[in-house]
Write a new protein. Structure first.
Length: 101
């Protein structure tokens, strides 16, 4: 998480514990909440580790839900959608010509 905050926002997480710095836990949570959704295998595994740690903490009765945004679908690529529409149009034209003969 430290590397991600540094890469995305340029925030040094160590400032949280340095005297005289204005970085607070609240700001760190807000920045983490607003991180762009980049869910790769490592992110999914880290979320499972987080859920497991919280679930095995004494006093916690159930497993927390996955992190919001973990299973969001990406917006469809416009170029891919255009190519699919063109391919479907050509297939319809081909079928129509085949049926006409």
């Amino acid at each position: 998480m430290e590397a991600t905050l540094q890469r995305v926002y340029g925030v040094d997480l160590r400032d949280l514990w340095r005297p005289g710095r204005d970085l607070t836990l609240r700001r760190v949570f807000v920045l983490i909440d607003q991180l762009p959704a980049e869910w790769d295998l490592h992110a999914h595994l880290l979320d499972e580790v987080r859920r497991t740690i919280v679930a095995t903490t004494p006093g916690v009765e159930k497993v927390p839900p996955p992190w919001p945004g973990r299973f969001r679908r990406k917006a469809p690529d416009r170029e891919r959608q255009r190519k699919l529409a063109d391919a479907r149009r050509r297939a319809r034209q081909h079928r129509a010509r085949k049926e006409a003969t």
